[in-house]
Design a protein around this ligand. Structure first.
Ligand code: PLP
Length: 491
């Protein structure tokens, strides 16, 4: 009987949790310190980790030191270090230490925020934190925030709201088998993130609903072309559903002319969603406000603190003007979720029932760094990106390929020796291959990570500055690597 009482049911013993918990925090602190000695991109080959793992879970529990030992041995080599200050690919995003604390506590509480009563802390902290952020971004009071995991999901919710706003009875009757529905249209630029394509697919609108408006030489949506596309659609009997404008596009951080787009939307009574997933954080810096002109006229805006506000993945914020419309789009209360109190229940505002307690980590970040600390970090990243762009401009071997409004440089190596090519076509082909080779070599070295895009058909290197740990010396290192590679090629 005694043995039955000590039968190891229940959780890890308290003392073990305490001991290993301290060890893990020490390990994380060491990890942040030794980060720069680790290769930025995992040096593993596909399948390496999978092949090192047993095919089934252990029948009997293992002790924690053994499990944790495998983190160092098996998991760490398979990690690409997004927190590394030389992670410049895609968008350079990183967590702060204090953000890690937020995640730890959220995991400890393990709350599923669905009803107020299941999670008063999340239900009440979230709107407060998002109102702080709204004020910091200088957005008007009529915006109400809600947290989702990613911008892709935030945007999906925004487009669903726009569809609901048309009052076509789609919530009740769906879209299939209906002859009374016109072709619904969603407009965005050629440079818009693929999450818009996914949203139209998932919402049953189909990719043919999507109208990709051409961009100008700065990769900004051509608002005149938008006006024409809407006019043509209306005369053809199609129904505009929404326009998605981007402030800070994925490839180049270009700025769609939101103010002009808002004029067009207002005139035609079209829902306007602004994708500021990356650049929204920069709106907290007063001198960047000018880039956001007109976004306060949108119906919804997405911004991702997990991208550039040092908050661990994931945390995306959708600001909407019409919270009731969002609720009308998603609310569905099953019997077992009916409650008597009149309160906000977060399950009413999206497709998820249970939601993570994400606002806690953003609250930590905002309080620990303060508005000033966050502003200064973003300013510094933009200063560093401009400095890098200056080195490119001053070099005869490299050229910039897009403006730098925020902290991303789009550039390529184009050494003067290539001018001797017999045709432009051959020259461009060689330059594309050269840049791809340089990028692959730098990435394979583990010293830094760069990614690429294509601009006007040209293979373009992208260097994003956004890690909380980045300093000028890190950019110097990349610059030296780039020059070394080009010099080796042209020698
Ligand atoms: N929108 C823009 C402008 C982006 O740059 C990205 C990702 O980089 C996204 C949306 C998608 O973000 P998420 O990974 O949070 O879905």
């Amino acid at each position: 009987m005694k043995e039955m009482e000590n039968n190891n049911l229940g959780d890890m013993p308290r003392e073990d949790f305490r001991r290993y918990g301290h060890e893990i925090v020490d390990w994380i602190a060491d990890y942040f310190e030794r980060m720069e000695t680790l290769p930025v991109l995992s040096q593993n080959q596909p399948g390496d980790l999978k092949n090192a793992l047993p095919a089934s879970a252990p029948e009997r529990g293992e002790n924690f030191p053994q499990i944790f030992g495998d983190v160092e041995k098996l998991i760490l080599p398979a990690v690409t270090h997004w927190n590394h200050p030389n992670f410049h690919g895609l968008f350079s995003t990183s967590t702060s230490s204090v953000g890690v604390f937020g995640e730890m506590l959220a995991a400890a509480f393990d709350m599923k925020a669905m009803l107020w009563r299941t999670s008063p802390a999340s239900t009440e902290l979230e709107p407060v934190v998002l109102d702080w952020l709204r004020q910091m971004m200088n957005l008007t009071e009529d915006f109400h925030g809600i947290i989702y995991d990613t911008a892709s999901v935030s945007t999906l919710h925004a487009v669903a709201m726009a569809r609901e706003k048309l009052n076509l009875g789609i919530r009740e009757n769906g879209m299939s088998g209906r002859s009374d529905l016109p072709l619904l249209r969603v407009y965005c630029s050629e440079q818009t993130h693929s999450s818009i394509d996914k949203a139209v697919v998932l919402l049953g609108l189909g990719t043919r609903a999507l109208v990709k408006i051409p961009t100008n030489e700065r990769f900004e949506m051509d608002s005149e072309k938008l006006r024409e596309a809407i006019r043509d659609d209306i005369s053809a009997g199609n129904l505009p559903l929404c326009v998605v404008a981007t402030v800070g596009t994925t490839s180049t951080t270009a700025l769609d002319p939101v103010d002009k787009i808002a004029d067009i939307c207002r005139r035609n009574n079209i829902f306007l969603h602004v994708d500021a997933a990356y650049a929204g954080s920069a709106a907290i810096v007063p001198e960047f406000q000018t880039y956001f002109k007109g976004w306060e006229r949108a119906d919804s805006i997405v911004t991702n603190p997990h991208k550039w506000l040092f908050t661990p993945f994931d945390l995306s914020v959708l600001y909407v003007k019409d919270l009731d419309l969002l609720k009308k789009t998603f609310s569905l209360v099953a019997e077992y979720l009916k409650v008597t109190e009149t309160v906000t229940n977060q399950m009413d505002y999206g497709i998820q029932l249970g939601r993570r307690f994400r606002s806690l980590k953003l609250w930590f970040v905002m309080r620990y760094f303060g508005q000033e600390g966050l502003r200064e970090r973003i300013r510094e990243h933009c200063r560093l990106a401009r400095a890098f762009a200056g080195w490119v401009d001053d070099s005869e071997n490299f050229e910039m390929l897009a403006p730098v409004p925020f902290a991303l440089c789009c550039f390529r190596a184009a050494p003067p020796t290539t001018r001797t090519f017999v045709s432009d076509e051959l020259r461009e082909k060689y330059i594309d291959e050269l840049n791809e080779r340089i990028m692959n070599e730098i990435n394979a070295s583990g010293e830094a990570y760069l990614s690429h895009t294509k601009l006007n058909g040209k293979f373009t290197l992208r260097l994003s500055v956004g890690s909380i740990r980045v300093e000028e010396r890190h950019l110097r290192k990349v610059w030296d690597l780039l020059n070394e590679k080009v010099n080796n090629e042209i020698r």
